[in-house]
Design a protein around this ligand. Sequence first.
Ligand code: 0O2
Ligand code: 0O2
Length: 224
Amino acid sequence: MGQWDRFLEPYKQAVDELKIKFKGMRAQYEIENVHSPIEFVTGRVKPLASIYDKCLEKGVSFEPSRKLAEELQDIAGLRIMCQFVDDIETVVNQLRMRNDLRVIEEKDYIAKNKESGYRSYHMIIEYPVQTVHGEIQILAEIQIRTLAMNFWASIEHSLNYKYKGLFPQEIQLRLKRAAEAAFSLDEEMSQIRDEVREAQKYFSEYKETPNTYFQAKNEEGEQK
Ligand code: 0O2
Ligand code: 0O2
């Protein structure tokens, strides 16, 4: 097994564990039949090529080391997607309360978006991983965002990859406008949030119910 494989293994374990834990939060809300602030969860270990780029950017030597583990805080990355902007705060509070991780830094790019138009809430956490040589603490980054923020960030990320950050002016302008449109979409959805939640609750309660049940109910109503 190579040095990198050995170094990255605890990060892989942390991503797998945290994905299960966060998906578990969603499942618990569903069982209680209340709106889940978590729509879906994804996770990844930063690919070696991206670790290499980040090392160059930060002037860190590209080799498995304590220094690299301290400087690159997103080798383990989790993303939690929410339907509504105010779900983000609920998730953030839930994470602050957990005693299986320790929040060490928070960055609010929602209250103040980045120059690119990027919006998201970031938390850097310290997470204990159990290994055969004992417990080790690793850093992980959790990005919490709405579906609209995620849509924008995914598109911008692929374009960024293509143009290596040097967008033609036309594209830059359109991306800014798209970021504003995503922001307006989140605002509009927040306005009708209660209505949407009620409809979703109704849908999840009745989606398993056979149509014959509704027919019988209707006929019952007509006979009265
Ligand atoms: P389900 O039943 O589809 O919801 P792994 O393969 O184990 O590393 P995972 O979690 O299976 O990882 O896959 P990944 O790529 O991390 O994606 C996580 C989950 O997010 C998957 O669901 C996707 O279906 C779901 N997902 C991705 N995009 C969207 C989206 O736009 N909306 C919604 N609602 N879900 C999305 P699961 O966990 O496989 O289960
Ligand atoms: P990838 O491919 O997602 O892993 P850092 O550079 O992390 O040490 P910084 O600048 O404080 O320090 O990090 P930041 O900006 O808080 O978080 C970095 C991550 O946020 C990025 O990781 C992206 O995932 C996301 N992000 C930040 N700004 C943007 C943006 O303008 N557009 C998009 N699409 N995503 C952004 P990586 O490592 O850059 O990339």
